[in-house]
Design a protein around this ligand. Structure first.
Ligand SMILES: Cc1cc2nc3c(=O)[nH]c(=O)nc-3n(C[C@H](O)[C@H](O)[C@H](O)COP(=O)(O)O)c2cc1C
Length: 589
């Protein structure tokens, strides 16, 4: 369910979220540049001093604005002609053009609405909603894959694209949740869906009717530091009934131009404050460093988009399609799969198909998604669990044991565990045994005793199927056709035999590595990277189950060496601690 929630918004909104994040990342640079280039205000400088200095240089000044980055801009009229400049607060004189930055304006419009007005705004809001759904569902998937929230930064195994996707996600997710929620808030504000409009003070009924009170003597301006200023608008020249309008971080007020007295004031409302904080968090205006950090996190989105699509393709290739998979809440039989290489999913698909033909509603899912509270109509749970490393859990079973151990009591649904393993490993089906032991410790009712399938044997599986059929009082013939793994042909360059005289025959086979094309290198589709101690899977003719051999050389680009001992199991046993990665191949030569 969570995976579906992650996959489809991701694939459908990929272009939109990529546009949003790239343009957002580019926009995040502007507040930082403005912050660095804006002339700095002396500490403690008041609005009274600033306004006085500016008026001395530009007597026709009609407005002074301070941007969240601290940049001061003045607007004035000089002999009927409007003028504007970025001001140096130390002198009150203009130091740079106040013309808006065209690139910033273009990017902002693009980011907000794709230049499509309200329709574009709604589309971009949909993109932000998709980003939020992706971030939250992605966070749950990361926690599930890592084996719980406490293991958020646990090291990862598996193909490069998957690891990179998760590595980026676990850092970027906070920024993406923040950016997408603030974007949705801002859209709601733009469409007036929030009561965050500004409240102005009531118009003053009585003013002195005088003009010309000195700016640097006005008490309110003397008490207001420039750091709090947003805007100071001057009265219309010659209109003695008009007032100064002062906007600060705290609110808006009117000042009498004849006495300097504050004649009206309105504080910012709570909604306005929240909206302004959200605006700051989203744009980085007033929080340039945060903006840059969020921008960097947004750059992870295109990378996660590409790796996400690669994972999706790999998943489609690696797992059999399970037709008619029932939702967990409606199924009578729950099949939980613990797999690393994917072959156990094939067994699960065969079992699913046979049980479905027998008239049952069956749900197949990964062991990591174990959630007994969702199995409302389940009558049995069947766990198909492979073993990896030295008896460790495979990738799709991460967190299962933790979750089972954390339960107050076992579910009242009978369970069967079927282990998939290889007898040549010392910890034969150890993970399945751990699961069965944990279930027993919780007094979980048993449907069938623990059983094991050695080297993906279809015969073992058919035998177990008959036992399951008996337990369910149905006839169950499981005819599993293993899918041959993808192979690559290697050319044998040399062979050296050792130890025949000591009855301990071994051969060192040296193979040339296949040349990877540039495209294969870029997409990681060529021969997998390896190091000494990794395992290579060799497919004997006529078999779909690879035999594993230990690699003796880790030199890339030239060749690899393979120990070929008379007793394969002894090789695997020696190397069983370090065989996380392996490459399947068929040898010719
Ligand atoms: C690197 C590696 C490590 C393995 N470790 C064990 C092990 O410790 N115990 C075991 O019984 N089987 C082990 N196996 C065998 C697998 O559990 C077995 O082939 C299983 O059917 C694979 O299922 P999967 O393709 O769904 O992951 C290992 C296989 C590989 C490739």
């Amino acid at each position: 369910m969570i995976r579906t929630l992650h996959r489809w918004p991701g694939l459908l909104a990929l272009a939109l979220v990529t546009i949003l994040s790239l343009s957002g990342a580019a926009l995040s640079v502007f507040p930082a540049v403005e912050r660095i280039t804006a002339p700095q205000v002396e500490t403690g400088q008041t609005v009274a001093t600033l306004a006085d200095r500016i008026q001395a240089v530009y007597p026709g000044v009609e407005q002074i604005r301070r941007s969240p980055s601290g940049r001061i801009t003045a607007y004035w009229f000089d002999q009927g002609a409007p003028g504007a400049a970025v001001i140096d607060p130390a002198t009150g004189a203009g130091v740079a053009s106040a013309d808006p930055n065209q690139a910033l304006r273009w990017l902002t419009n693009f980011h907000r609405s794709l230049f499509l007005g309200d329709g574009g705004r709604i589309a971009m809001a949909a993109g932000a909603a998709a980003m939020l759904v992706l971030s939250l569902s992605g966070a749950m998937l990361v926690a599930r894959r890592a084996g719980g929230w406490r293991h958020w930064f646990a090291s990862l195994r598996g193909p490069f694209a998957g690891r990179l996707h998760v590595e980026i996600a676990r850092i970027a997710v906070i920024g993406l949740v923040l950016s997408s929620t603030t974007a949705l808030w801002m859209t709601a504000s733009t469409f007036d869906l929030l009561p965050d409009g500004g409240v102005l003070p009531t118009d003053p009924t009585e003013v002195s009717g005088e003009i010309g009170f000195a700016l640097d003597q006005m008490a309110t301006l003397l008490q207001t530091p420039v750091a709090e200023l947003r805007e100071l608008s001057f009265p219309y020249p010659g209109d003695a009934t008009d007032v100064f309008t002062l906007k600060t971080d705290r609110g808006t007020g009117y000042l009498d131009q004849g006495t300097g007295a504050l004649v009206a004031w309105a504080d910012l409302t709570g909604w306005e404050r929240v909206s302004e904080t959200i605006y700051m968090l989203h744009t980085g205006q007033g929080a340039a460093t945060l903006g840059l950090v969020l921008g960097m996190m947004a750059l992870g989105v295109p990378a996660m988009g590409v790796t996400g699509v690669l994972i999706w393709f790999a998943g489609r290739r690696g797992r059999p399609r399970i037709r008619g998979n029932q939702p967990a809440g409606r199924a009578e039989t729950i099949l939980l799969v613990g797999s690393e290489g994917g072959s156990t999913w094939g067994f699960a698909a065969t079992l699913h198909a046979s049980l479905t033909v027998a008239g049952q509603g069956v749900h197949v899912g990964p062991m990591s998604g174990f959630a007994p509270e969702r199995y409302a109509r389940a009558e049995r749970i069947i766990v198909l669990a492979a073993t990896y490393g030295d008896g460790a859990a495979p990738a799709s079973a991460k967190g299962f044991l933790d979750r089972l151990n954390a339960l107050d009591g076992a579910p009242d649904i009978p369970m069967a565990v079927l282990g998939f393993g290889d007898r040549s490993f010392p910890a034969y089906c150890a993970f399945a045994k751990d699961v069965a032991a944990a279930a027993q410790a919780k007094d979980w009712p048993e449907l069938l005793p623990l059983d094991a399938i050695d080297r993906q044997s279809p015969q073992d599986f058919a035998r177990w199927g008959r036992a399951l059929g008996e337990a369910l009082s149905i006839s169950l013939e499981l005819s599993h056709q293993p899918v041959s793994p993808r192979t690559e042909t290697l050319t044998l360059v040399s062979r050296r035999n050792y130890g025949a005289e000591m009855q301990a025959g071994a051969a060192i086979l040296r193979f040339a590595l296949p040349r990877a094309t540039l495209w294969q290198r870029l997409t990681g589709a060529g021969f997998a990277r390896f190091q000494a101690g990794d395992l290579i899977g060799v497919l004997p003719q006529g078999s779909a189950v690879p035999r594993l051999y230990s690699l003796a050389s880790g030199r890339r680009g030239l060749c690899c060496k393979v120990f070929l001992m008379r007793s394969l199991s002894s090789v695997v046993r020696q190397e069983s601690g370090c065989h996380e990665r392996f490459q399947r191949a068929s040898f010719h030569g």
